[in-house]
Design a protein around this ligand. Structure first.
Ligand code: NI
Length: 138
C-alpha cells in the first residue's frame, strides 16, 4: 500500500474557487488525485481537437455552461450535448472532439499522466494546450 499522502489534498477545495485561479482555455488543472487518477478542471471555449485515448475511458462532468462532444463511431459521427451537471464517459478507443461555443467549465476524471490530446490526434491548434495537466495554482 502506498502511504504517500502528497498526491492528495489536506483541505477541502471549492471548485468555484479553483476555477478562479486560472484563465487559460483548454489547459486542465489538477485539483486533486484519487488513487492513480487525476481530478482535473478546465475552462473551455470553441473547439478542442479530434483525438483518441487508446487505453482509458475519459469522464466528463460539466460544472458550468454547455459542452458538446463530437464522437466518431463505426457507423459515423454523432454529437452528445452535456448541460450543466451532466456526466458522460467517452469510451477508450473512441475518437472525440469536445467543443463549447459559449464556453464551459468541465471536470475530468482520468488516469494520472493521460495526455489532454490523447495518444493520437489531429494537428493541434495553437489555442489547445497539449498537457498531462498542470498543478492547481500554476
Ligand atoms: Ni479526450
Amino acid at each position: 500500500m502506498n502511504k504517500d499522502t502528497s498526491r492528495t489534498t489536506p483541505e477541502p477545495i471549492l471548485l468555484s474557487d479553483a476555477l478562479k485561479t486560472f484563465e487559460a482555455l483548454w489547459s486542465p488543472r489538477i485539483v486533486t488525485r484519487v488513487n492513480d487518477y487525476d481530478v482535473r478542471i478546465s475552462k473551455v471555449r470553441g473547439e478542442h481537437v479530434w483525438h483518441v485515448h487508446e487505453d482509458t475511458d475519459e469522464f466528463f462532468l460539466v460544472l458550468d455552461g454547455e459542452l458538446a462532444i463530437r464522437l466518431r463511431g463505426t457507423d459515423g459521427e454523432r454529437t452528445v450535448t452535456l448541460a450543466r451537471g451532466a456526466v458522460f464517459v467517452v469510451p477508450r478507443g473512441t475518437w472525440h472532439k469536445p467543443s463549447a461555443a459559449d464556453g464551459a467549465s468541465v471536470l475530468f476524471f482520468e488516469p494520472s499522466g493521460t495526455p489532454s490530446v490523447g495518444d493520437r490526434h489531429d494537428a493541434i491548434p495553437g489555442h489547445v494546450d497539449a498537457t498531462t495537466g498542470h498543478e492547481l495554482g500554476s
